[in-house]
Design a binder for this molecule. Sequence first.
Ligand code: GLN
Length: 247
Amino acid sequence: MKELKILYLYPDILELYGDFGNIQVLRYRLEQRGIQATIIPYSIGDTPPNFSDYDLVFAGGGADQEQEILAQDLIQYKENMKEAVQNGVFFLLICGAYQLFGKYYKGVEGNLIPGLGIFDYYTEALADRKKRCIGNIVINTKLNGKETKIIGFENHGGQTFDIHTPFGDVLFGNGNKFGDHKEGFFLDNVIATYLHGPLLSKNPELADYIIQYCLHRKYQEDVVLEPLNDEFENKAREQLLNRFLHS
Ligand code: GLN
């Protein structure tokens, strides 16, 4: 039986916006295809992981305070994570986690939270805590060359700068900062995005794209995933796309 090993970072801390749902969707879409989903949580105080031992690393979003707490723990893994990124391990990073892989995140109180600096972007929250990018969001991206609309929900004060390889073009909503036409960060085996939702529950094609990448890399074979019944997901998508793009 094929298996994917998923490292789930700080599930007890980065869980403010329901991003755990992404793990549930990955587990479901793997097990429906007879592929074992081995999900290993890691949080502060646990045995340090070797990131290259995993096929996928996932981390969700959280409030500034939680980011400040875990940043001090996360920084010790900078080199190990960089190596895993270079080895091709897939990283799916949502919002707060996205921010912490850049140079720094300056919180709403003006506090500077050092990031891992694995990528050159940086994030600064506006001083007015009422000024947050909140709402539904739709972006257009390319997955294996195929134009794909990605639907989500954003809730971030952080405004992210210096992105040269965005995840997608904003069709509805804010994106990396107020009035930005780009959202997220996408480079080879790293997708970092502001889209909660949970992201993968609203975008089965993206979930399968990530699964396909991980299986191909691990088993060194062209993987054709057996289609799943996504009738409800697609009906929901149709409703949402009509509401956000065509009303
Ligand atoms: N605390 C960060 C911000 O407000 C990240 C929020 C989140 O993870 N949704 O920008």
